[in-house]
Design a protein around this ligand. Structure first.
Ligand code: PEP
Ligand code: MG
Length: 897
């Protein structure tokens, strides 16, 4: 039996792998192989498979025995193709070593370039290129990267030495350093390595190569990579591949360049070649954001690639077109122009904003590149929400402090913080912060995750900050040259204005504006391609989508976003209004039934008005109104407040009020006097609410409107509770309808939010025409963790992997889901036409929506802003059900996240 293949060669039109082998070769390796086969100019090389990474991790850094031979053989083939030998003193082959996992993790793992350079080969490179600066700059970069990544010498030591050399030479950039200065710097670097690592930089290229390969495998387990995986739910077991590739140089002079290109604009989705490049620069310079690059496409100022290197630009445009047609999706590629010749170093599915994803998907359908189901599968429902987020209200007065690059759209305000750790700390404490950095590096990822938005002084729209922010759906303004981040970390400066740490600023990532203070924002609207895409979703999905809405305004917003009804109208929210709370308090403190009825009487017209507004907004679509739910003490002033004015308003003494508050306080309000227990103890509340609903419905119908009313009883645990409440409702509503002579079919149902209700669903279904799972409470009561207090330990549970996800955000299908399944089964067995939905927060979470689809629920209900998310998630769930191809598209998207 031949040994397992661990090394996959690519070069000169032939490759051992292809794009389908992403699990083995990583995304980068698989696409390098594919591009080679497509005869796109790719420097030859080979990929060491992810199996080796797994072996390396499991065997304490040891390789499978057959690896050495396979690497040597691949190197030999590379040497043949390039016509150079690795370590050859005259014509050395130089290689790069890069990571590449199956799932894209930009910038999280390590890279080493220019391997193969040594004291001897640097001299020959200088001779051969007739460019001493180039050769010794390449060598010092190798020492710097290798020293840092492989030998563990702190990066800033090299940076300090470089800064010092520039200072002594009185120049501003490395490009201006002469060959002799660089030679001296190389010696300094070697000394730094020797001192810090206690061994010299290896002159043997093979030793260099194996050192770099090991470091890349090791970087799979580094802190930032692990953090990134946690953040994006990427399994640790996948491992990374290692790509070894012949070097091409973008820093050989003014006819060389390096850059990144997107086949469509990743911020807007516009079909136009988009990207940035730097003349005379190497590899990572563009992504690292150290120099601010120029656009690829002409902006009319002569700085673009199109103007400076038209032949390379034309070739790049051709390659981009070919790649996009082949992959049928936006490609993000890295390229190098070496002395006028274009080389492609990588292609991958381009990360894009939600707006770009939607526009590109819809336009690609029109272009005949993909079909509608594929377009629907392409969009990440989690990302979609960002499209619905507010933009700056231009009508508001504000002062623009500076303008940078519009790197990731949306608007957000927050307090200025200058370090990632600080952002994380304040973010976790619930503060809104904006992370302001000179430039971001992968180490900042946790701070970016915690911030509302990101502002950087350097870097372009493809810099790390921009790419990561887009992935996270956060606004980002990058490369804002006008700002100067103060070195002592106290704030930043724009001209004469200093903005201190802790001050509020607003970023508009759609225009690049940095604004002093907080600015009003405006909600988004559904239009153009977004509307089209959601209409396609509606054709595919089976689940209905409703909204949780408590006001006519929310109801209208919900309809705008495509809600088909209201699945939950929380009536307690209507009482919190300042003008009403006194009436509620009068009701609570009533010492007799008649006093309570008086108070309720005054609330009745207010409730009726609310319901009428909602019915009119919903225009005949179903509206589920829930009876009052929260614990009564939520309506009370806190004991620490000044009680006198409240007491006066209620006609009682402050002392009596204090005593009443104490009487109503509960140790466990979530499990206390709430839900239907309120209606059972005070049926007059249920009567008032039912009357208000019925009267409002009659008013609307009387004026020619339409109403579909569903009345819902909360927190039922025992069928008898529902039976009693249903009787009160029916009696009240029927009386009103009879009084008014209106015929209105209405439904009575219940929330299912207690484990006991799930288990006895058959009994409850006899009383209920519909079930709506209140998964917030059902999660709370199933896990026995409080909705209000779990924040204290939840992050530890998540970090330790005890919970895979926050169960209040992502439905726990194993536990809570099993109870839902049981309840649906038993409920439908007792009442086959039982309508079943969900209205907890999970109703807008994509994976939970998929679960609801699979379990055969009739609808999900979520906040208005998540209605489009739910429409998309429901469509994707239905597609995944029906076609393997749709499943593949979804998997592809997850892999490219
Ligand atoms: C629920 O418990 O899931 C629910 C929707 O009700 P509330 O959040 O109002 O308790
Ligand atoms: Mg509830």
């Amino acid at each position: 039996m031949s040994p397992e293949r661990l090394v996959y060669f690519f070069g000169n039109g032939e490759a051992d792998g292809d794009r389908g082998m992403r699990d083995l070769l990583g995304g980068k390796g698989a696409n390098l192989a594919e591009m080679t086969q497509m005869r796109i100019p790719v420097p030859p090389g080979f990929t060491i498979s992810t199996r080796v990474c797994t072996h390396y991790v499991q065997h304490d850094g040891a390789y499978p025995p057959e690896l050495t031979g396979q690497v040597e053989e691949a190197l030999r083939r590379m040497e043949e193709l390039v016509g150079r030998r690795f370590g050859d003193p005259e014509r050395p082959l130089l290689v790069s070593v890069r990571s590449g996992a199956a799932v894209s993790m930009p910038g999280m793992m390590d890279t080493v370039l220019n391997l193969g350079l040594s004291d001897v080969t640097a001299e020959s490179l200088a001779r051969e290129s007739a460019n001493e600066h180039f050769a010794f700059d390449a060598y010092r970069r190798l020492l710097q990267m290798y020293g840092d990544v492989v030998m563990g010498v702190p990066h800033d030591r090299f940076e300090r030495a470089l800064e010092l050399t520039k200072l002594n030479a009185a120049v501003h950039s490395d490009a201006e350093l002469g060959g002799d200065r660089l030679r001296a710097l190389v010696e300094t670097y070697k000394g730094l390595i020797r001192d810090a690592a206690r061994r010299p930089f290896p002159q043997d290229p093979h030793e260099q190569l194996w050192g770099a390969i090991g470091a890349v495998f090791q970087s799979w387990g580094n802190r930032r990579a692990v953090r990134y995986r946690r953040l994006h739910g990427i399994p640790d077991g996948l491992g990374t591949a290692v790509n070894v590739q012949a070097m091409v140089f973008g820093n050989l002079g003014d006819d060389s360049a390096t850059g990144v290109a997107f086949t469509r604009d990743p911020a807007t989705g516009e079909r136009a070649l988009y990207g940035e490049y730097l003349v005379n620069a190497q590899g990572e310079d563009v992504v690292a954001g150290i120099r601010t690059p120029h656009p690829i496409r002409s902006q009319g100022d002569g700085s673009s690639l199109a103007e400076r290197m038209p032949a390379a630009y034309d070739e790049l445009a051709r390659v981009c077109e070919t790649l996009e047609r082949h992959y049928r999706d936006i490609q993000d590629m890295e390229f190098t122009v070496e002395r006028g010749r274009l080389w492609t170093l990588q292609t991958r599915t381009g990360k894009r904003t939600a707006a770009a994803a939607v526009r590109a998907a819809v336009e690609m359908v029109a272009e005949g590149l993909i079909d509608e189901a594929t377009a629907v599968g392409r969009i990440d429902p989690g990302q979609l929400e960002t499209l619905l987020h507010p933009s700056i209200d231009e009508g508001d007065r504000f002062e623009v402090l500076a303008t940078g690059l519009a790197a990731s759209p949306g608007a957000a305000s927050g307090k200025v913080v200058l370090s990632a750790d600080e952002a994380e700390e304040l973010g976790l404490a619930g503060e809104q912060v904006i992370l302001v950095r000179q430039e971001t590096s992968p180490e900042d990822i946790h701070g970016m995750a915690a911030a509302q938005a990101i502002l950087t002084a350097r870097g372009g729209t493809t810099s790390h900050a921009a790419v990561v922010a887009r992935g996270m759906g956060k606004p980002c303004v990058a490369g804002c040259k006008e700002i100067e981040v103060l070195p002592d970390g106290s704030g930043f400066r724009v001209g004469v204005v200093t903005v201190a740490k802790g001050e509020w600023i607003t970023l508009d990532g759609s225009t690049g504006r940095v604004i002093l203070g907080r600015v009003a924002t405006r909600p988004a609207q559904l239009k153009g391609e977004f509307r089209t895409l959601l209409e396609w979703c509606d054709r595919f999905r089976r689940l209905r989508v409703r909204a949780n809405a408590d006001t006519p305004h929310d109801a209208r917003q919900a309809i705008e976003f495509g809600a088909e009804g209201i699945g939950l109208c929380r009536t307690e929210h209507m009482f919190f209004d300042e003008n009403r709370i006194l009436q509620v308090r009068r009701m609570i403190f009533a010492t007799s039934e008649s006093a309570r009825e008086d108070a309720l009487e005054s609330l009745l017209p207010l409730q009726r008005g609310d319901f009428e507004g909602i019915f009119r907004a919903m225009d005949g679509r179903p509206v589920t109104i829930r009876l009052l739910d929260p614990p009564l003490h939520e309506f009370l002033p806190r004991e620490t407040d000044d009680l006198s004015p409240v007491a006066a308003g209620l006609g009682m003494s402050a002392t009596a009020l204090r005593a009443a508050i104490a009487r109503l306080a509960e140790a466990n309000p979530m499990l206390g006097h709430r839900g239907c227990r309120l209606g059972i103890t005070y049926p007059e509340i249920t009567q008032m609410q039912s009357r208000a609903m019925a009267e409002a419905a009659c008013d609307v119908i009387g004026s020619g409107g339409k109403v579909a009313l569903e009345i819902m009883v909360p927190l039922v645990g025992v069928a008898r509770e529902l039976e009693l409440q249903a009787a009160v409702i029916r009696e009240t509503v029927d009386a009103v309808l009879a009084e008014r002579g209106v015929a209105l079919p209405y439904a009575i149902g219940t929330m299912i939010e207690l484990p006991r209700a799930c288990v006895t669903a058959d009994e409850i279904a006899k009383e209920a025409q519909f079930f709506s799972f209140g998964t917030n409470d059902l999660t709370q009561t199933t896990f026995g963790i409080s909705r209000d207090d779990s924040g204290k330990f939840l992050h530890i549970y998540l970090e330790q992997g005890i919970y895979e996800a926050d169960p209040f955000a992502v439905l726990d299908t194993k536990g809570v889901g099993a109870l839902i399944r049981l309840a649906v089964e038993r409920g439908r067995a007792a009442r086959p036409d039982l309508k079943v939905g969900i209205c907890g927060e999970h109703g807008g979470d994509p994976s939970s929506v998929a679960f609801c689809h699979r379990e055969g629920l009739d609808y999900v209900s979520c906040s208005p802003f998540r209605v489009p998310v739910a429409r998309l998630a429901a469509a994707q769930a239905a597609l995944a059900d029906s076609s393997a191809e749709a499943r593949r598209v979804l998997e592809d998207r997850l892999a490219a996240r």
